[in-house]
Design a protein around this ligand. Structure first.
Ligand SMILES: [Zn+2]
Length: 299
């Protein structure tokens, strides 16, 4: 047993990019899987590990920047050997790097990466039953599935303050998609290509709302984007729902503008402030439900 995986069966293929030390580091018993983002490319990380540091990870999963190879898994080290990217967890952790475009806090894992990560987690638990099917609980009880800053940063797994594998976006995907898949032993991956879909939503918004927006308007559009993204992949529906949300916002802003005019007209500023605060609360409450109602009609 070399600790090399047969990656041919993975959803987006795979292969070996073995580091010189891939099979001569100290032996480990794998108990924990730790997901990372590399803030860069698989090829760059491989060269960094090989030439400019004494660190290693076991795997890297390619992403959007690798084009047609998005989701491909590269293995750097034997899973039976220590890889030194996880501080205390080096003695028991199997570490998986993932590609990003330099901003993993905001760039989600692609669908292909999520599929490959879920496949790899499942494969590792089959090959090494010393990894239990559970969430890593703490530094004192670390076995299971984890991600780099799961127990804090700095923590037992990192000496530095960091957000790896990316907060909030990738950490949310880890909790919402990868962890449930691991716990259930399934692959409930979203069908849509989330990256492409988000880009379409954003371009629909840009096209329809080219006039300069206010912060409030942008906030509601973000809300609209998230809600639509969870419900529809039809561009016409997205546009209609975004327009409905923006109408609501414009109506609310018109009311606020009316209040400002009231101050100019000599109304007691304290009264105006109280009315504005109340209106802001009402706006906050009404916008999501008005938006969702509009969306329901559209869909
Ligand atoms: Zn990391």
């Amino acid at each position: 047993m070399t600790g090399l995986l047969d990656l041919a069966g993975s959803p987006h293929g795979g292969g070996y990019m073995l580091l010189p030390e891939w099979d001569n580091q100290p032996l480990i018993t794998a108990r924990t899987i730790i997901d990372h983002s590399q803030v860069g490319s698989t090829d760059g990380t491989f060269l960094l590990f090989r030439d400019r540091s004494n660190l290693e990870s076991h795997f890297s999963v390619r992403g959007r920047r690798s084009g047609a190879r998005d989701g491909r898994i590269e293995q750097f080290c034997s899973i039976d050997r220590e890889a030194d990217a996880n501080l205390d967890a080096n003695r028991y952790g199997v570490s998986i790097e993932t590609e990003d475009d330099g901003d993993p806090n905001n760039q989600p894992w692609t669908t292909a990466q999520l599929e490959s990560l879920a496949w790899l987690h499942e494969r590792l638990i089959q090959l090494r039953p010393t990894i239990p099917r559970r969430r890593s609980r703490s530094c004192a009880d670390p076995a299971g599935l984890g991600c780099h800053t799961l127990h804090g940063a700095p923590s037992c797994w990192t000496p530095a303050a960091k957000t790896c594998p990316g907060r909030p976006v990738r950490f949310r995907q880890w909790e919402d998609v990868l962890l449930p898949a691991f716990l259930e032993g399934t692959m409930p991956i979203p069908d849509a290509d989330l990256d492409r879909f988000e880009a379409r939503v954003r371009s629909a918004i840009d096209n329809r709302l080219s006039s300069p927006g206010t912060a409030a308007r942008i906030g509601v559009l973000e809300l609209a984007t998230r809600a639509v993204a969870s419900l529809s992949d039809d561009e016409a529906k997205i546009v209609a729902a975004v327009e409905a949300a923006s109408q609501e916002t414009i109506a609310g802003l018109a009311n606020l503008a009316g209040l400002i005019q009231a101050v100019d007209a000599g109304m007691d500023p304290d009264e105006v402030r109280a009315a504005a605060a109340q209106m802001a609360e009402e706006l906050k409450a009404v916008l999501p439900s008005a938006f969702l109602a509009a969306l329901k009609e559209t869909l």
